[in-house]
Design a protein around this ligand. Structure first.
Ligand code: SF4
Ligand code: SF4
Ligand code: FES
Length: 212
């Protein structure tokens, strides 16, 4: 049986260090499988967050060899296994423990964005009519699983910690979805510039690259 070394960051908000663990590698395995194996065998107290193991819930976000990724969607066959594989928590958010970070800042940001405000109903029975083309246009923005990998990679948050001034790519997408909604009549454009810091984005598109 083939084995690989996983160099996992262990610690809490006070500090921590990398620790090496060995896991057996078999066909079709993803990083999260290796983490589960290590938890079962050598480190019962290793903290990590996951739920669906299918790239849907957005909770298993971490950094694999320095790149923000969903652990459940990162196949071991995609990573070189000859050298230790580094697994660390996301850097843009405060550490809770080991691989678990506190992403609650994102939910506070979301609350600051003006909510969906539909126009008055189109028909006397209180219903609306929308063109299919208008629905199709916003589909892509509505696929977000709130894994926050894009927030993690964005240098405005990751390196410059502008969390108070910049809402980050996830919420630029969220605002876009609301603004392009065929029924919405709210205007969020002035706010995007003034309060949400859109000017900090220099369109490097690193966020697009890591989005699952
Ligand atoms: S394009 Fe670059 S600067 Fe703009 S939100 Fe994405 S990662 Fe951040
Ligand atoms: S936009 Fe993509 S990377 Fe960002 S939170 Fe949504 S799914 Fe994750
Ligand atoms: S466990 Fe749900 S996205 Fe990875």
């Amino acid at each position: 049986m083939k084995t690989a070394t996983f160099r996992i960051w262990r610690g809490n908000s006070q500090g921590g260090k990398y620790q090496d663990y060995t896991a057996e590698v078999s066909e079709g395995m993803v990083v999260l499988d290796a983490i589960h194996q290590i938890q079962a065998k050598d480190a019962n107290d290793l903290a990590c967050r996951w739920n669906c193991k299918a790239g849907k819930c957005g909770s298993c976000s971490a950094e694999v060899n320095g790149i923000p990724r969903l652990m459940c969607m990162t196949r071991l066959s995609q990573i070189p296994l000859e050298q230790p594989i580094t697994i660390e928590p996301m850097k843009a958010f405060p550490i809770v423990r080991d691989l678990a970070t506190d992403v609650s800042w994102n939910f506070r940001v979301k609350k600051k964005i003006k909510p969906f405000k539909p126009r008055a109903p189109d028909a006397p029975d209180g219903t609306w009519r929308m063109a299919q083309a208008d629905i199709d246009r916003v589909q892509e923005f509505r696929k977000c699983i709130e894994c926050f990998l894009c927030q993690d990679v964005c240098h405005v948050l990751r390196e410059h910690y502008k969390h108070e001034e910049f809402i980050g790519p996830r919420f630029l997408v969220y605002v876009a979805a609301l603004e392009m909604h065929p029924l919405d009549i709210e205007d969020r454009l002035a706010e995007l510039k003034q309060a949400h810091g859109i000017g900090y984005c220099n369109i490097t598109k690193c966020c697009t690259k890591v989005c699952p």
